[in-house]
Design a protein around this ligand. Sequence first.
Ligand code: NAD
Length: 355
Amino acid sequence: MQSIFDRVQEMGHEQVVFCHDPNSGLNAIIAIHNTTLGPALGGTRVWNYGSHEDALIDALRLSRGMTYKNAISGLNIGGGKAVIIADPSMKSEALWRRYGRFVNSLNGKYITAEDVNTNTSDMEFVSLETKFVTGVPEYAGGSGDPSPFTARGVYMGMKASAKKAYGNDSLAGKKVLVQGAGHVGQYLIGHLVEEGAKVMVSDIDQAKLKSASEKYRSIEVVDNATIFDLDMDIYAPCALGATVNDETISKLKCSIIAGAANNQLADENIHGPQLVKKGILYGPDFLINAGGVINVSAELDGYNIGKVNSAVERIYQRTLDIYELAEKENTHPQAAAMIMAQKRIDDIAKMKSRM
Ligand code: NAD
């Protein structure tokens, strides 16, 4: 295994914290990638990782993605993320409160929120131990579930991608595959159905598929094992990362990839250019899935729903700007988005160093 410090140096992290509590069974990693723009904000994922190394790599990749996401979205916050290594059924009040104390011990350098397998009630437990938490329920003074905002931003990014690919941003009649009918996927399906897209949905959880097809009668449930053989216009990954890889790119027959999952490209340096070569337009994940963090971060600033909604709608224009920049720089959209995000971080760092 590559040494932890080599990996951290290569990816540019500031701090990585390992948290262990035998009483509650908590094993967590908090990764703080960059705090140039402000305290690091990013959700906490609960996942039954195959190894501790897998968990570390996930925390490092996700936190770096948050740095770019927060920067490109114009937020005055840095990038961080945490993972808790556990079966989601092991979640308990004690685990969340112990975790909240670890977050609190960082004195605001890291602010948490929800992610995969976590919800507003979990964040409410965290909030009993620290004020450095967002995404708490509305009745507890927070902004609630960020997923509808994430889904709206993905929808904006998808429409902008359609404008670029087809010359028209209408999704009516387009065949869209939504992989993952979870929190974000369900809301995204709602937008797509409303616009008249032909929506196909896959998930590994039959209950999620049942609930989606009961709510949206027109959707078609498809077998998750064979989705990459299907004919589709748009692939929307809304489950986990790295689904865009050597194997799937060779099969994919879509013209656009635009979804909510973080780190969709297994390796951005390989798969970003491969998609360009294949003529598939890729809506950069950290750009178009920023609606949730735009919403939760507004809790830090005196929550204003009007401001949040207009920031989420701006994802449409920003996606078009990135496609233009990618052409100008002769690169792929993910790299162009990273250039734009890094430029903002560098400019602000320079500005602060002169103060
Ligand atoms: P979720 O856990 O509610 O939903 C994920 C869904 O994907 C679940 O229904 C799960 O059964 C399904 N799934 C898991 N593995 C799968 C597989 N191999 N194939 C098909 N389906 C699979 O999570 P969510 O909050 O909807 O988030 C979805 C993705 O979007 C995650 O990658 C998350 O990091 C990212 N994201 C979420 C938000 C947010 O606001 N919730 C914000 C930004 C990014």
